[in-house]
Design a protein around this ligand. Sequence first.
Ligand code: NGQ
Ligand code: ZN
Length: 462
Amino acid sequence: MGQSHLFADHALLPSGWAQAVLFTMDEAGFLTGVAPGAAPGDHPRAAGPVIPGMPNLHSHAFQRAMAGLGERVGDGDDSFWTWREVMYGFLARITPEDVQAIAAALYLEMLKSGYTAVGEFHYLHHGPDGTPYDSLGEMSHRIMAAARETGMGLTHLPVLYGYGGFGGQAANPGQRRFLNDPDRFLQLLQDLHPEIAADPQCALGMAPHSLRAVTEDSLNQALTGLAGLVPDAPVHIHIAEQTKEVDDCLAWSGQRPVDWLYQHFEVGPRWCLVHATHMTDGETAQVARSRAVAGLCPTTEANLGDGIFPAPAFLAQNGVWGIGSDSHISVSPIEELRWFEYGHRLISRRRNVLTAELGGSSPSVGAGLYRMALAGGAQALGRPIGSLAPGARADLVVLDLAHRALYGRTGDLLLDALVFAGNDTPVRDVMVGGKWRVREGRHDGEETITRGFQKALDHLLT
Ligand code: NGQ
Ligand code: ZN
């Protein structure tokens, strides 16, 4: 009654690869049983090896529609900051309908590439001149509708954005659509909370945009309000992404951003520090020790010229990390993981750099990266995801074993092939919360959602 099953010849469980696994799921989309060595019976059978779906811990959905529009040489010194001007120009005209259409197309694309949950770092709150919509949560509801429409798991992270630079500097006109004081921000969280709390596909957190956009007081006020609503909710913040940001923070406070944050707030496992690119050895050790998640977005960080996260030291200290597609210049978990490792191969002129303690004598790099990103992503999104175990969401990916890159591989060698050779996404079927959302590489809403995306772009690009 209300239960369903899936039988898999091979599946990646928390304990490692297992054979002949029978998954049992309840009607709400949770796994209730995971039994290796089971008989297939008449149960539906996965068409290939089953791995947990990947959490995408950092997304600004609307930016998918401008991917590739910032790749033209400007009038001199192109940087993250000139890209940001292009991005502000692009978002100036976006409507709520556009946001929903773009997010739906993006989430569909994410599902097809093997992401089954997203952390939406959502700061486009208001109308073009900064006036709130009739409903304060209009834009948030558009994001939630896109997640529902596609079946994507969602951790909604409304952004607290009040200022334009360290020490409470005034925001600039390009930032009008983002601004809330802590009271209005908490009103937004309160408005959204009941609907999100009732949905096992969703969770609510918050995101102070960056130390540039909040003050110590405003962040304290928001954290206190949030704690009254959802204790232990995830808190995400952009930090130390650009050297200019580090220099400005030093000039303002005498401290570097990560250092400042840890001195003023109790940063622990429910925090996700997005990018955290520029850290000293001491800061790197402190983040690792605190069990906060480093939210890494390698393709965006490369695209924006951020720099390289100190991963070897962080991993050596068992730091927790996950991946995000952020600006969506690329929407592919395998590309994020690959470039995370490749960045370090290129600078160290070595191979197989970012390994985890997996036991065994020659751990697989691809398998280690995939497993670490599952664990960190799940922690950052504050939902029971990222592992195929009873009590977790039934969020899984069936790989296409017939794909040239995967054929003949088993176990961790399959994950190595996926991460390093799976360019055209050898994902066959994708289940989220016990429901098939992608079958044989296709999503049911594909035509409608693609048309909606095209309509939004027709209007935004004219
Ligand atoms: C954002 N994105 O909020 O979309 C930022 C850029 C900023 C990335 N950092 C703007 N990738 O940090 O001020
Ligand atoms: Zn971001």
